[in-house]
Write a protein that binds this ligand. Structure first.
Ligand code: GYE
Length: 311
């Protein structure tokens, strides 16, 4: 019979903390890097990680969080696939006395006491950066409200905070300029295959004449570029392409002149998650909102000087 600590766990587990982490899946190279960062940081910092992959289903995440509660982990962290619908399960965690760290994507709740803090990327700012690049790019184009810059937006997963934030930040910038018009917007669910499919549809539709694509992630952008090249178009030249994440493949496309602006979304915050989890396990407070550092890469930069991205 093994000795157990005050939570009834075997003795070998009581040193170091146990972190239950619910990841949403592996939909993009960005996500895979985020997972690698979390797993490597846990191993390096001696955090015992219970990692669960929800395969893009909120319900799987809720089940995983319930199992972490049953296991009496020290801290729960998760990436909310969509912003709504977390209150019940987070109340269960609070009632069990387990602190919760929200990572990468934000939640909507009226009860801020349901989680300790958030760490992740600033999607509103990413959207603003996309808008600012566009204004500069078309500054002297002669566009006017009667002859506007026509924009296609391919957004991320519906109801997810990065899709909402990127859309909102982008609109915040261009809404003051009636010579910019979003003529069509559809969710590609952050998937390369859907980016490809939607662009194929657009090019055969009444929206086929446009000047700009603002794509909420690089995966979808790569799918979009494929279709455009197949059709003999020149993305980056005939059509301005703005994309978010800064995967290596997107930086390479920037170098080839097929993309005009890449907004970095930084997935490498595993180490920060571990140090926050340790603080929470010790009963310390953490900041409510922490954004990771992000840059913008454009066609004016020396792309060969950008260090390898690692995703
Ligand atoms: O941009 C995308 C993805 O939540 C910020 O999720 C993240 C997004 C990222 O899979 O590629």
């Amino acid at each position: 019979c093994t000795k157990s600590d005050d939570k009834g766990r075997p003795e070998e587990q009581k040193n170091g903390i146990i972190l239950g982490f619910s990841q949403i899946g592996a939909e993009s190279a960005w996500r895979k890097c985020n997972t690698r960062s979390i797993k490597a940081a846990a191993a390096e910092s001696g955090v015992q990680l219970l990692f669960s992959n929800a395969e893009q289903k909120q319900n799987n995440q809720i089940k995983a969080i319930r199992s972490f509660i049953a296991y009496q982990v020290d801290v729960i962290a998760f990436v909310p696939i969509v912003a709504d619908g977390w209150d019940n399960v987070l109340r269960e965690a609070r009632d069990a006395g387990i602190p919760v760290l929200i990572t990468d994507r934000k939640i909507n709740t009226d009860d801020e006491s349901l989680y300790a803090g958030f760490i992740g990327t600033d999607s509103e700012q990413e959207g603003r950066e996309a808008g600012k690049f566009l204004l500069k790019k078309f500054e002297n184009s002669g566009a006017e409200p009667s002859n506007p810059v026509r924009i296609i937006e391919i957004s991320g997963t519906e109801g997810s905070s990065p899709a909402k934030g990127r859309a909102a930040g982008f609109r915040e910038i261009i809404s003051e300029h009636p010579e910019y018009k979003i003529i069509y917007s559809e969710s590609g669910d952050f998937l390369r295959s859907k980016g490809n499919e939607i662009m194929r549809w657009i090019l055969d539709s009444k929206y086929k004449d446009f000047d700009v694509v603002f794509s909420h992630n690089d995966g979808m952008t790569l799918g979009i570029l494929e279709v455009m090249k197949e059709r003999g178009m020149n993305p980056g030249k005939d059509i301005v392409i703005i994309t978010v994440d800064a995967e290596q493949a997107a930086i390479d496309a920037l170098g080839r002149g097929e993309v005009n602006c890449v907004i970095e979304c930084n997935p490498k915050f595993g180490p920060a998650i571990m140090s926050l989890a340790k603080k929470l396990a010790q009963g310390q407070k953490i900041p409510r909102l922490m954004h990771v550092h992000e840059e913008v890469f454009t066609e004016d930069d020396d792309v060969s000087a950008i260090p390898p991205r690692g995703y």
